[in-house]
Write a protein of this length. Structure first.
Length: 158
């Protein structure tokens, strides 16, 4: 469970840097910008929600109590945002249907395992994780819809 939690913090940061570098390497400039905007928006959303609710954390089962508020789970929100947008950006650029399905399955498994690890370790209530997923889902849906809208408009121009 510590490994799953790591994939929602340090591992996520490493993956984000690698994804950004690969997007720049393949000249997917818009995807790189979309990734940065998604993570910046998730940061603002997480800080605003934690400040608004001020929910204290439960007593953890393992390790020390984190220094931030509990609601919503930042690990859950960031993993949903990052892995969701990464899957959306990749599958929009890949033609192979089985590969697109595999990408979405891996992203969903990562997001689910990270959220469950936060509950298992005792640093979040289940409602914190669900709220993180919901906030992340709203933000990711917005970002992917804007990406699709921009792509359609660009393709329909004469």
């Amino acid at each position: 469970m510590f490994a799953a939690t790591w994939m929602g913090s340090v591992g996520l940061a490493i993956c984000a840097i690698l994804a950004f570098a690969l997007f720049r390497h393949f000249l997917w400039r818009r995807a790189a910008i979309w990734l940065l905007v998604t993570l910046a928006g998730a940061t603002v959303l997480s800080l605003a929600l934690k400040s608004a609710f001020h929910r204290p954390r439960p007593t953890p089962f393992f390790g020390a109590v984190p220094h931030t508020y509990s609601f919503p789970s930042g690990h859950s929100m960031f993993s949903f945002c990052f892995y969701g947008v990464l899957a959306g950006l990749l599958t929009a650029r890949i033609d192979s249907r089985p590969l697109r399905i595999l990408i979405w399955i891996v992203a969903a498994a990562l997001v689910l395992s990270i959220g469950l690890s936060r509950i298992y370790l005792g640093v979040h209530y289940p409602s914190d994780v669900l709220a993180g997923y919901l906030a992340g889902a709203i933000w990711v849906s917005t970002m992917l819809a804007l990406d699709r809208l921009r792509t359609r408009r660009k393709n329909s121009l004469p």
